[in-house]
Design a binder for this molecule. Structure first.
Ligand code: ADP
Ligand code: ZN
Ligand code: ZN
Length: 745
């Protein structure tokens, strides 16, 4: 081995990360150093020994080799926050790929001077899948401005309005048309104040409404605290439907941890982080709790981190980035709604908050509590294997029984001549509710609605013969598989039944509202979508109006099934349950089950029993059947079998290698070369193939997948590819890694 050099950083602050010093690695340390390690180095004129951290290692000397100093030795770690952050960053770099600087930037709070006069933002409303399909559509229709905006929203969920006009050169009309299509909304900055501050003295005085825990709740608290006190904290999964008392358990545990002089992090997906939830925490913990969310300015975020470091707060609530709050001694990490896709980062390092929470907990000797009504396959699988301790909370503590569910086969409706978007059963129940003055919700499942192709007569979805995922339509009349690259012409007639009605279900919420009014003249309907939530506070206003019974029916997309409770709702109609089943990735069944279960669970939260109608083309699909029965266990058994047979996570591991290139041929060549390298090492490789959208903003996208039961093996393949790229950089191309991807490219 030749000379080795290390880039060392001495001052760990976000804004100084690019300022490194190069040192020679002495003979005795060769092969022993890794990024993130803490070393002693001679510094300054006096060659005083100080502590530094290795950022990157390389073989090239950037300056005069004769004047480059040598590392003095490996330093022991202190127990301070910086050391833990550095170790965490090093772990992230190792496990998810990318550079040490990218990892540190993820982990450290950015300090920036903040201008306080921000006015308006554009915020993505559609999820990634929808944005991606809208992007594909706008490119096919040759609408470049729209495509630029959508591509930008895929990169960053919230964009200052003035960037859109100045930097992206997109007109207000384009923004409005996307707002109409529910892809985004325009919000003003006031929405984004730290909600805890709004709590106010009056709310605080309203008092701490602590409950005496039920036996099942107490059992969880006792076990977790016992393990913590013994110094053997573990990972716990609480499987319990909404309203079963999970939050009450979290708060009791946090109180216990705080009483022991330690801190707690509570992760909640932003969409589910309601004002009511915050208020509960505020009432219990007062000024010692704070919130982090994407809405805070960088300056405000930085302040929360400083407060955490200084010991001014004990509890932080926020989305996945709250995990990096620099608390000195974390005792507990709670991850509510742990199944949510937003826990996966979409930029390098593409970390998952669940795995990362386990690492943070390890560094602090903390416990991790996961909670969900519909646990992710990952978490349940680990619980079944005994890696996590599983607790189940079965009862709703506020009363209310599970709704009666009717599954309607839309193929039968069509045969009977009912072309309406409402089945006969749904019409009948809607009429009944209007008669009785009770409320209903109509939910349009739009996840993954575009792209795939299905038969309206028989419900058949065109699938890849090799991968058992649905094919996506491309502009050139081809159907393609994004896993293996298989392609075939779009059929004229349905291969199952011969019908010529092959298309997608394209009704929007607005159309549903119109049809509802035709059917029931005089019905009072509210619609929750990008159009109706554009102005400040309109989201809250619609929810409040519905809660005040100013409307009979609330119509909406995913937005209406999460978070909010309406005790007067006794009917939920799910208009097209299986749209999300056809999304071209292995998590489609899981997502559908989760969405349907959540939607069905909206009915009958109060004293009156509820009913739900699931309209579907695939009434026999296990995700639909088990959601209708609200049977997680049976769903899990079927789904895990499919994952095991297909070799998909969590039964196996999947590494997506994503290639971005200016030139199509170069990207293709690089993808093939990299795939061949790991194939040569014996890896099981799928692809490479063009990504579902092969080109965004003139950048071509390719992807291949590596499968292995052993995650470590995949890390080795990733390392091998990173080394290859380091040695022979590929001009004009970029490579990213995504382990166990949540959204497939
Ligand atoms: P989850 O987080 O599972 O949705 P919550 O903790 O929010 O459940 O509890 C649901 C409702 O039940 C809340 O109104 C809460 O105040 C109430 N609750 C929770 N635990 C108890 C208890 N032990 N006794 C009475 N009410 C409770
Ligand atoms: Zn058919
Ligand atoms: Zn395939």
């Amino acid at each position: 081995m030749g000379e080795q050099y290390a880039d060392i950083i001495v001052d760990i602050a976000h804004e100084k990360l690019d300022k490194t010093f190069q040192y020679r690695v002495p003979e005795s340390l060769r092969g022993r150093l890794e990024p993130g390690m803490c070393v002693q180095i001679p510094f300054g004129n006096g060659n005083r020994l100080i502590k530094g951290y290795v950022m990157e290692l390389g073989e090239k000397c950037k300056f005069d080799p004769a004047r480059t100093k040598e590392i003095a030795g490996i330093a022991g770690r202190d127990t301070d926050v910086t050391d833990k952050m550095m170790e965490l960053a090093a772990w992230m770099r190792k496990n998810y790929g990318g550079t040490m600087i990218q990892a540190l930037k993820t982990v450290l709070p950015a300090k920036r001077s903040v201008k306080k006069l921000e006015r308006r933002f554009v915020e993505a409303l559609a999820d990634r899948e929808e944005l991606t399909s809208l992007l594909g559509e706008s490119m096919r229709k040759k609408q470049p401005a729209k495509a630029r905006l959508l591509a930008a929203l895929l990169e960053q969920k919230t964009i200052p309005y003035e960037w859109i006009t100045s930097k992206l050169n997109v007109s207000a009309a384009t923004v409005n048309s996307l707002a109409k299509a529910e892809a985004l909304r325009v919000v003003s900055t006031e929405r984004f104040r730290n909600p805890v501050k709004c709590g106010g003295e009056a709310d605080r005085r309203a008092g701490d409404d602590r409950k005496a825990l039920s036996r099942d709740q107490q059992k969880i608290v006792d076990e977790v605290m016992r393990d913590l006190d013994r110094g053997t904290p573990g990972t716990y999964l609480i499987h319990g439907i909404t309203g079963s008392g999970k939050t009450e358990v979290y708060m009791e545990l946090i109180a216990g941890v705080v009483a022991r002089g330690r801190q707690a992090i509570v992760l909640i997906p932003e969409i589910a982080l309601t004002y009511q939830t915050l208020l509960r925490f505020y009432r219990r913990f007062g000024e010692r709790v704070s919130v982090l969310n994407s809405a805070l300015s960088p300056g405000e975020k930085y302040d929360q981190c400083e407060r955490a470091k200084a010991g001014e707060i004990d509890v932080i609530i926020g989305p996945r980035s709250a995990l990096f709050t620099p608390f000195p001694n974390i005792g507990l990490i709670v991850m509510d709604e742990e199944h949510e896709g937003s826990y996966k980062s979409e930029s390098t390092p593409k970390y998952h908050a669940r795995e990362t929470a386990l690492k943070v907990a390890e560094l602090h000797g903390a416990g991790v509590v996961l909670g969900s009504a519909t646990p992710s396959l990952e978490a349940y699988y680990r619980a079944k294997k005994g890696e996590y301790r599983l607790f189940t909370l079965k009862e709703r503590l506020t009363g209310g029984v599970l709704p009666t569910v009717y599954t309607v086969d839309l193929r039968e409706e069509l045969k009977r001549g009912n072309r309406s978007i409402f089945s006969e059963k749904l019409q009948e129940l809607l009429a009944d509710r209007l008669e009785r003055g009770q409320q209903s919700m109509l939910f349009l499942n739009r996840r993954g609605y575009a792209g795939f192709v299905s038969c309206r007569a028989c419900g058949a979805v065109m699938k890849c013969p090799h991968c058992d995922v649905s094919l996506s339509e491309h502009g050139n009349g081809l159907l393609m598989c994004h896993y293996c690259g298989h392609s075939e012409p779009r059929p004229k007639l349905c291969p199952q039944c011969g019908s010529k009605y092959i298309l997608g279900f394209k009704a929007g919420t607005q159309q549903i509202e119109e049809k509802l009014k035709e059917l029931f003249p005089g019905v009072r309907a509210l619609r929750m979508d990008g159009d109706t939530t554009r102005t400040k506070d309109s989201y809250g206003k619609i929810l409040a109006a519905f809660a005040n019974e100013e409307a009979d029916v609330l119509i909406g997309t995913q937005m209406i099934v999460k978070g909010h409770d309406f005790p007067k709702v006794t009917l939920v109609g799910i208009l097209a349950a299986d749209l999300s089943l056809s999304a071209a990735d292995y998590r489609a069944g899981e997502r559908t089950f989760q969405l349907l279960t959540q939607a069905v669970g909206r009915a009958g939260r109060g004293t009156e029993p509820g009913e739900a109608v699931i309209q579907t083309y695939q009434p026999q699909h296990y995700a639909v059947v088990q959601a209708a029965r609200q049977d997680y266990e049976d769903f899990y058994q079927e789904e895990i079998l499919y994952r095991e047979l297909g070799g998909y996570p969590p039964a196996s591991h999947l590494l997506a290698v994503q290639i971005f290139a200016k030139e199509e041929s170069a990207g293709d060549a690089l993808a093939r070369r990299l795939a061949d390298i790991v194939r040569g090492d014996g890896a099981a490789v799928l692809g490479p193939a063009a990504a579902s959208i092969g080109k965004i903003n003139d950048v071509y996208r390719f992807v291949f997948y590596v499968k292995n039961d052993d995650r470590k093996k995949l890390i080795q393949y990733k390392d091998r590819l990173e080394e290859t790229l380091e040695e022979a950089p590929f001009a004009g191309a970029q490579v990213q890694f995504d382990f166990d991807p949540v959204n497939c490219m």
